[in-house]
Design a protein around this ligand. Structure first.
Ligand code: CUA
Length: 283
């Protein structure tokens, strides 16, 4: 609109007037200096940008794993995240704890990404870009979290009906808090407060898929439950983790997350209560 009005104005205002000569105006060739300047300067800018991009890219890709780095194998499952701290001998799910990295004390976390089934994508926007999590292929990435807090992430590659609920959290904590968390996670499962409740759990079908360290529950297809209650959320961060949500989840896992791989196991109210009572002791 503005351009059109200015154009119309120029056509009318500077059009042919009485007394103008009908001959063509003098043809002026531009300026070599100006031509060279506006050709060379953009080339230099592109060159500088390309070089600095190449330098940063190679610095990111060639990052060596420092000795004190935290190494975690991330395994994408339909539809949850498994985190195995290979050196620390910890296995947990959906909530990744990492230490804060400061300029004075740099603490990097290296992630090795694998998939147990289909293609997923590991994406925590505030910490790093997306990295594909592909079956039969190992991808790597690293993070250098500079601020304390909880960072939310989501699977970034469509992987089936519950793709949108394949969420995760990264808990960035002080090195002291991280150490505390590690120590706590390395402990074996708490001794059962009630042998009867534990028996209810250990004689259920749950143990085919879930592990509770130190017991005969050694299943690997579902999340490790050894320190279940230390996690803030349930079902790949969908709901807060407490006795009520846990009970609802076990009673009918398909209600909260239709299509997920956890089968509904027929349990009467007493059995359900025993199961929840046992699981809530797993701090
Ligand atoms: Cu996993 Cu989308």
């Amino acid at each position: 609109m503005i351009v059109a009005s200015l154009l119309a104005y120029a056509v009318i205002r500077f059009g042919y007037r009485e007394g103008d000569s009908r001959s063509e105006p003098a043809q002026v060739y531009g300026s070599n200096q100006v031509e060279i300047a506006w050709t060379v300067i953009p080339i230099l800018i592109v060159f500088v940008l390309a070089m600095s991009t190449a330098r940063i890219t190679s610095a990111v890709q060639d990052q060596q794993v420092p000795k004190d780095a935290v190494n975690v194998t991330v395994i994408g499952h339909q539809w949850w995240w498994e985190f195995r701290y290979t050196d620390l001998k910890i296995t947990t799910a959906n909530e990744l704890h990492v230490p804060l990295s400061t300029t004075a004390e740099r603490k990097l976390t290296f992630l090795t990404l694998k998939s147990a089934d289909v293609a997923h994508g590991f994406w925590v926007p505030q910490l790093a870009g997306k990295t594909d999590v592909i079956p039969n292929r190992t991808n790597r990435m690293w993070i250098d979290p500079k601020e304390l807090g909880i960072y939310l992430g989501n699977c970034s590659e469509y992987c089936g009906t519950q793709h949108a609920n394949m969420e995760l959290r990264v808990v960035v904590e002080t090195p002291e808090d991280f150490e505390k968390w590690v120590t706590q996670q390395q402990e074996r499962a708490a001794a059962p407060e009630s042998a009867e409740n534990q028996r209810a759990f250990l004689s259920s079908a749950c143990i085919a898929c879930h592990t509770v360290s130190g017991t005969r529950a050694l299943g690997r297809t579902g999340p490790d439950l050894t320190h279940l209650i230390s996690r803030q959320t349930l079902a790949a961060t969908e709901v807060p983790n407490n006795a009520a949500t846990l009970r609802d989840w076990i009673k009918d896992p398909q209600r909260l997350k239709p299509g997920n791989k956890m089968p509904t196991i027929k349990l009467n109210d007493t059995q359900l209560d025993q199961m929840v009572a046992y699981l809530t002791t797993l701090h």
